[in-house]
Design a protein around this ligand. Structure first.
Ligand code: C2E
Ligand code: MG
Ligand code: MG
Length: 698
């Protein structure tokens, strides 16, 4: 060791030794980067990086060796054999290539050691081949113990350096790896130089002088630096391009492609950052949920392109002149969200007004201006929640409140909304228990033909008596069942029970069963109906399913597809509550309904309002022209019946005929087990006494 150190200090030009060391470290560091890149590349790219890495490595080792060799004061004239010098530069490239390949492709400790042993061997080979090109005027002898030590050092330190490859991403380990590799090259060189003993003979006539040695060293260093720099440039260019690609991917992952607004991920990230910001600065933050009102309607009536256009237009309007304190994002579908950092309510209210206007922006589509409108829910940090999830949830609760309240399109979160949600959850759980314990029952309401007065069928209406709260209106529990998804099981139960009971009637009257929007989303609904009909033995033509327009328009195409399959079974399909929803002629034209049920809202108005009578008249004439019979719901008195009769209504249903009652009661009322009556006779009305009052139906 001391001999090697004194060899460096006494027998070498130290400036050139430092230059060699610099080239060695810079080259090793570049090689480590290229190796890292090759490890993570695949296919041809990996071979490319492997090639660049081998050339960079060989150049590094060769330049280090060559400069250090030129730094050596041989004390005798020296000449260099050009062929061997060149071979020492070119030949080891192949060895390095296979050594690195073993490390990269093997990916296990054995191949790593083997590959690095080969690299160490190549470093040694390059050195001794270079030394063969170093012709001195004298006799050269080799001290074998130094030669062996130099080879062991080169191989051992290369292997040690290789053991840190796996931990490259930790800068500390990368430094160890580079340091050990540089040490492998340098220690080999100087131990190898110490191994050489020269006995001068002074035979040469044209030895190389010191100035030539220095110039050659600098030229070699420059050439080496150039190759290493090219390797480094390749790496940085690639890294830059990959960063750009990564940034682009990141942008895509964070942006809604249709509107260009931030998407849900980006919004949630921004929200968390905003909460931290207002927390630190003592300000307030409004978390705003926005839902478009007529989006589905526009999508269904005018097509998806109109829907997309509407989303783009509204998104543009909402994000116009956005300040740094504001964010607008699209979370999906017609759901948007916004945030606003504010200090005074006046500022927040002005922003909410701006959003409201934005939602009113007309959407120009094929010459017509479509207006959507929207509902806005607001939750405020820190009053309504301290974290993003609670705030989002509360903003949504407020937004749903705004949605069902046409009077206010902006709703602020209130603690009572949580209570409402809790109550709904409890009711849903109680309803599920009632279904499991068979505590639900069906009531039936008569339907009759206006002309003949004969009973034409009955509608099955679900009844639930809560153990503590008493009877609960379907108007309350059906939406809860829909929200919780229980309606699927509930609907199947109703259908089965109604069919089982209807099959026991002696006459062949129809049984009408209500279907919810959620049931209609089931593609297997037709096969469920088919199975129940087979199992209960009810002829399909006796079953009539009732659906509202809203249910069909939820997903128009799918609904109509399912309805067509149901109709193909021979089951009748009725359009319930007509006149309350969109009442689009389009829906009547696109499906051959077997019946239209005019909503009972018209009956409450028909006696007092000429407008309602005119509306009923137009619906009846529409039914006539489409050849679809019309049934008027909610007929409560004779006066209403005579108006309907005069206008040509086909069927009626309502308290005038009878309230919904148990099967036993309704059959008794209809006359000793037979449902046929000769003329419509008013039932004895006991308003206010009956349990199934109008409020029950509400
Ligand atoms: P709907 O299908 O329109 O049922 C008619 C509703 O009007 C019934 O209310 C009935 O009691 C009420 N009604 C009938 N005649 C009169 C009348 O002369 N005057 C007044 N004021 N009301 C009358 P109910 O039973 O409370 O049902 C309300 C709604 O709940 C139903 O409206 C239906 O949409 C839904 N529903 C009931 N049972 C089921 C069911 O099994 N499945 C589904 N999906 N929905 C059901
Ligand atoms: Mg109905
Ligand atoms: Mg109805």
């Amino acid at each position: 060791m001391i001999n090697v150190l004194s060899c460096i200090t006494l027998e070498h030009d130290l400036r050139l030794v430092l230059l060699a060391a610099f080239i060695c470290i810079a080259g090793a560091a570049t090689f480590e980067q290229l190796l890292k890149r090759a490890i993570h590349a695949e296919g041809k790219a990996r071979i490319g990086w492997l090639g660049i890495g081998s050339v960079a490595l060989c150049t590094t080792v060769w330049c280090t060796h060559f400069i250090a060799m030129l730094a050596f004061h041989a004390q005798v004239p020296v000449v260099l054999d050009p062929v061997l010098t060149l071979l020492s530069l070119v030949l080891p490239v192949a060895g390095f290539f296979f050594g690195i390949a073993a490390v990269i492709y093997g990916r296990n400790i054995a191949s790593n050691i083997l590959g690095n042993l080969l690299i160490g061997g190549c470093i040694a080979g390059l050195h001794y081949l270079g030394m063969m090109a170093y012709r001195v005027d004298g006799i050269v002898e080799w001290k074998s113990e130094y030669v062996i030590a130099s080879i062991v050092l080169a191989c051992g330190l290369s292997v040690a350096s290789g053991l840190f490859y796996k931990k490259f991403y930790d800068t500390k380990y990368a430094v160890y790896s580079v340091g050990l590799f540089a040490l492998a090259v340098v220690s080999l060189h100087f131990t190898g130089m110490e191994a050489m003993v020269i006995t001068p003979l002074s035979l040469s006539s044209t030895p190389m002088d010191t100035a030539t040695f220095t110039a050659l060293s600098i030229a070699t260093a420059l050439a080496g630096a150039l190759v290493i720099a090219i390797g480094a440039i390749c790496f940085f260019l690639d890294a830059d391009q990959r960063q750009e690609g990564y940034n682009q991917l990141l942008k895509m992952a964070m942006t809604d492609t249709l509107t260009g607004l931030p998407n849900r991920n980006a919004y949630m990230e921004d929200l968390d950052a905003r909460i931290e910001e207002v927390k630190a600065r003592g300000k307030q933050l409004a978390v705003i949920g926005v839902d478009l009102d007529r989006f589905k309607d526009i999508n269904d009536s005018y097509g998806h392109r109109a829907g997309d256009l509407a989303l783009i237009t509204i998104a543009k309007a909402m994000s116009r002149n956005l300040k740094v304190t504001e964010t607008v994002a699209r979370l999906g579908g017609d759901e948007f969200a916004a945030t606003k950092v504010f200090e005074s309510r006046t500022v927040l209210n002005a922003y909410l007004k701006k959003l409201e206007w934005a939602l009113q922006t007309p959407v120009e589509h094929e010459g017509s201006n479509l207006k959507l409108g929207g509902s806005i829910g607001v939750a405020i940090y820190p009053d309504d929640g301290e974290n993003s999830d609670t705030l989002r949830n509360n903003a949504d609760l407020a937004m749903y409140r705004a949605k069902i309240n046409p009077a206010s399109k902006v709703c602020f979160y209130e603690a009572s909304m949580d209570e409402e949600v809790r109550q709904k959850r409890e009711l849903a759980a109680a309803l599920a228990r009632a279904l499991d314990n068979d505590e639900l029952e069906l009531h039936y309401q008569l339907q009759a033909s206006v002309d003949s007065g004969k009973i034409s069928g009955m509608e099955a209406l679900l009844r639930w008596t809560h153990p503590k709260l008493g009877p609960i209106s379907p108007g309350v529990f059906i939406p809860i069942a829909e929200e919780s998804g229980l309606i699927i099981r509930l609907g199947e139960w109703v259908l089965r029970r109604a069919c089982e009971e209807a099959v026991t009637w002696e006459n062949g009257d129809k049984i009408a069963v209500n279907m919810s929007a959620l049931q209609l989303t089931q593609v297997e609904l037709p096969s469920i109906i088919h199975r129940i009909l087979l199992e209960t033995g009810l002829p399909p033509k006796r079953l009539e399913v009732e659906l509202t327009e809203t249910a069909i328009l939820e997903d128009r195409d799918r609904s109509l597809h399912v309805l067509r399959q149901i109709k193909a079974l021979g089951v009748r399909v009725a359009l319930d509550d007509f006149g309350t929803g969109y009442s689009s002629l389009e829906i009547l034209r696109s499906f051959p309904f077997d019946k239209i049920k005019l909503d009972r809202f018209f009956m409450s108005e028909i006696e007092s309002s000429a407008e309602s009578t005119a509306l009923v008249r137009s619906v009846l004439s529409l039914g006539k022209s489409l050849q679809i019979p019309i049934l008027a719901e909610g007929v409560e008195n004779e006066n209403q019946l005579s108006i309907l009769k005069a206008e040509g209504c086909d069927e009626i249903q309502g308290f005038y005929l009878g309230r919904p009652e148990t099967l036993k009661d309704v059959l008794e009322k209809a006359g000793a087990g037979s449902l046929r009556i000769q003329s419509i006779k008013p039932e004895d009305h006991k308003d206010g006494e009956d349990q199934n009052s109008s409020s029950d139906a509400a």
